[in-house]
Ligand binder design. Structure first.
Ligand code: GRF
Length: 199
């Protein structure tokens, strides 16, 4: 299974996937890493000799135009699966529809709790005693697609956004690696998962 990863930031979750995929026994390999801005995480791709591509959101007149260029870049690598790992940008519907259901995303909350760009902060503000990590199929909504894996993570009274996020990320990494492995082996059939549920 070939995988392209999209990031916006430090790419620490992506690094965990790169490390897992570096094992010749892992059934998937990362063929490219892309970002919507100069992402520190590109350094991880370079460490593993994986090509990177930059599609700077700010240089495009619209989300749609940005998405069209991103789609063209992805078509160059023609991955079987696109993994969003800290991409802080919503994909335009045209791109999602073109590649669905072969786009997955990791989210630092127990979806459908706390979707969106501030899931960790929202859990803290809500004062919950536990939150979680989720891996989902990307659909046209915001963190609203079918859940492929999720696990609870405790919130400690002493937590701030950073300490809580750092407790969640290792769980995200483990879930992401396991989901990619299961997609590669056919244990997860994305087409079946994403198919409209017949009543
Ligand atoms: C991850 O928790 C991801 O789920 C969220 O942002 C974080 C990215 O962290 N969208 P990193 O860039 O992988 O370190």
């Amino acid at each position: 299974l070939t995988v392209a990863v999209l990031i916006s930031g430090t790419g620490s979750n992506m690094r965990a996937l790169l490390e897992a995929a570096a094992d010749p026994g892992f059934p998937a390999r990362v063929v490219a890493v892309g970002a919507d801005r100069e992402a520190d995480g590109f350094a991880h791709a370079e460490d593993f000799g994986i090509p990177t591509f930059l599609v700077p959101y700010g240089q495009f007149p619209s989300r749609e135009a940005w998405g069209e260029e991103l789609a063209r870049q992805l078509d160059v690598w023609n991955p079987d699966l696109v993994v969003l790992s800290g991409l802080m940008r919503l994909l335009p519907p045209a791109l999602v529809d073109a590649r669905a259901p072969h786009i997955i995303n990791t989210h630092p909350a127990y979806l459908p709790e706390f979707p969106g760009a501030h899931g960790v902060r929202d859990a803290l503000v809500a004062g919950v005693s536990q939150t979680g990590a989720s891996v989902i199929v990307v659909d046209d909504g915001v963190d609203s697609g079918p859940i492929l894996a999720q696990e609870r993570v405790p919130v400690l009274p002493s937590d701030d956004e950073h300490t809580l996020h750092e407790r969640i990320k290792p769980v995200e990494r483990r879930l992401l690696i396991d989901v990619v492995r299961r997609i590669a082996t056919g244990d997860i059939d994305l087409a079946a998962v994403a198919a409209p549920q017949t009543t």
